[in-house]
Unconditional design. Structure first.
Length: 310
């Protein structure tokens, strides 16, 4: 009678199972907070009224998906919001190179203590909520703020100006706030990439007579370009995702038309006006387009660079 031998599990299999158990809480979190909410997309196919069961409401099919193109008022609002969303995000993408350059120059500071101080001061704003950030800018830029007081004292202004209600150049202002908050944080990944570069390469370049900027240009930057392309491709997928917090706190009656982006538009229609079906349809459309853009950017990266990000 033939005997069967029990196959022993290898240490590699055991290690893989332990890694799976370690990642399991994160997978459960992603399932709960990222995938289960997608069941709410069903609201976009019904004429939903808050407080009622969704299946007790009238099924309208694609009505809310084509509403921005059939209704002249919604169409004007939608295209204005899309112009704001794309315009601001294109400015963000145009300045994505700044964290890389900031990291390169920061790592060239020879005094380690001063370098750590600069890195800390530029990273802290990322952990400040936009509500507190707005309070700080209000104390600086309002009619009674520090900037107006200084300009009035030196005679540059005769009447105080409320810079927060001026709707001129709002895209650039939003870009400035964004860079103030995220420049140091965005540089962290590049700093990590710089520290992983073999120091012998810099030593060999120094022996060959390379100066500091030559080493930055010919050694540091080529090592950071792959990381930059990954970040750039991911940002392409977020080209219609701005978030809501920054634009909600800086929005007022004077600036709303210039900075109302798609996420704020969805919030205004869904929660403030109670049209949850239309807001869900716009949000669903935005998510699908974002996924398609990521796939397109990944395909272009594979063709141009010969490698993809996933």
């Amino acid at each position: 009678m033939a005997t069967t031998t029990k196959k022993k599990s290898s240490p590699r299999d055991k290690a893989g199972f332990r890694l799976f158990l370690l990642s399991l809480p994160f997978l459960i979190g992603i399932l709960i907070f990222s995938y289960l909410p997608l069941t709410g997309w069903i609201y976009s196919f019904f004429d939903y009224k808050p407080g009622k069961n969704v299946f007790d409401c009238t099924f309208v099919g694609w009505k809310w998906f084509i509403a921005p193109f059939n209704n002249p008022v919604l169409r004007d609002q939608f295209f204005r919001v899309m112009a704001n969303t794309l315009g601001i995000n294109l400015l963000y993408m145009a300045t994505m190179i700044l964290p890389m350059f900031f990291a390169m120059f920061l790592m060239e500071i020879p005094w380690k203590g001063y370098r750590k101080l600069v890195q800390t001061l530029t990273t802290i704003p990322n952990f400040i909520s936009w509500v507190l950030a707005y309070a700080a800018f209000f104390s600086l830029l309002s009619t009674e703020g520090l900037v107006n007081n200084i300009l009035t004292d030196i005679g540059s202004l005769t009447t105080p100006v409320n810079f927060l209600t001026e709707n001129s150049h709002m895209w650039l202002k939003m870009l400035g706030y964004h860079l103030w908050k995220g420049l140091g944080w965005g540089a962290i990944i590049y700093i990590s990439a710089i520290t992983s570069i073999d120091s012998e390469i810099y030593e060999a370049a120094s022996i060959d007579g390379a100066k500091r900027f030559q080493k930055m240009w010919h050694i540091t930057m080529p090592h950071l370009i792959p990381t930059f392309f990954v970040m750039f491709v991911l940002q392409i997928g977020n080209i219609i995702n701005n978030g809501i917090d920054q634009y909600l706190v800086f929005s007022n009656a004077m600036t709303q038309d210039a900075i109302e982006v798609l996420d704020l538009y969805v919030y205004r229609y869904g929660l403030q006006q109670g049209n949850i079906s239309y807001a869900t349809a716009v949000g669903m459309w935005k998510s699908v387009v974002s996924v398609l853009l990521v796939m397109l950017a990944n395909s272009l990266s594979k063709k141009i660079r010969g490698s993809s990000i996933f």
